[in-house]
Write a protein that binds this ligand. Structure first.
Ligand SMILES: [Fe+2]
Length: 269
């Protein structure tokens, strides 16, 4: 999930936001969580779209995905051939870091979304994109949410950082700080890079669930800037194109420590 009505992939042709999947839902009641998430009656075509997406992305991960992402993906042991059950992924996340998954019908209103993060619950969709949208989709689907997001939530420091983003967002009182926080979310959770011992790697969920962006982001066409929350908060982004610049953390300890400092200086934590 992303916190606002943005695109899952920057090359979507539906740039006017008219796709109903891009309109945030205001919740009318609590979402089903963990074992309350029922498994949809997916068609064989939908299962095959998952299988195709997984197989394509798996070939790109070596030498590109962060060690921490790969570790999380292995720990979750996601099914390659069938769309995973949210209840199963939720149970594994709970064992790893105390996070659970809630099933959301689509994009959530930002306040609702951050409220769930603040309580260590990740709102995930359970529908999958059409085959015609393998390379891009105008809104999050379960490939983005499950394959992209959940492996990083296995990492203890990332999991704590993700919760603190939710807590800080709920305490935002002014629009400028809120915009800065949204940019920090964008350039870390969705589009972050990290210096691993073996080189520059991807941990951003928006990149790792996008075939094109994963191949593009580590090239010389993209400017890489060291992570500081102040710098990220100033960086506007264009959701319709590949992201440039991108921001590089040294470690997840640095990611969280610097974010906590920035948030405390603004009375958000
Ligand atoms: Fe997302």
């Amino acid at each position: 999930m992303t916190p606002t009505a943005t695109t899952d992939h920057p090359e979507t042709p539906t740039q006017d936001g008219s796709d109903p999947r891009c309109i945030p839902h205001k919740m009318t009641g609590p979402l089903p969580v963990g074992d309350e998430c029922l498994y949809p009656n997916y068609s064989a075509e939908e299962q095959d779209v998952w299988k195709t997406l997984y197989a394509r992305m798996e070939t790109l991960l070596p030498g590109r995905a962060a060690d921490e992402y790969i570790t999380g993906l292995r720990a979750l042991d996601l099914d390659r051939d069938r769309i995973p059950r949210l209840s199963d992924v939720s149970r594994k996340l709970d064992q790893a870091t105390g996070w659970k998954i809630a099933r959301t019908p689509g994009l959530l209103d930002a306040h609702d979304f951050f409220s769930y993060l603040a309580n260590r619950v990740f709102p995930s969709t359970d529908y999958i994109r059409a085959r015609s949208e393998l390379d891009y989709t105008p809104a999050p689907d379960c490939f983005h949410d499950i394959f992209g997001h959940t492996p990083m939530i296995v990492h203890p420091r990332f999991a704590d950082f993700y919760q603190k983003i939710g807590q800080a967002a709920l305490n935002c009182k002014d629009a400028a700080t809120e915009e800065g926080l949204t940019r920090i979310y964008w350039f870390t959770v969705e589009f972050g890079l990290i210096k691993n011992p073996s080189g520059l790697r991807i941990y951003g969920n928006g990149i790792i669930s996008s075939y094109g962006e994963t191949q593009h982001c580590l090239t010389d066409k993209v400017t890489k800037i060291p992570y500081t929350p102040e710098r990220l908060a100033q960086q506007a982004y264009d959701i319709w194109h590949f992201q440039n610049p991108l921001f590089v953390i040294d470690s997840f300890d640095q990611l969280e420590n610097e974010f906590v400092r920035w948030s405390k200086e603004r009375g958000l934590l």
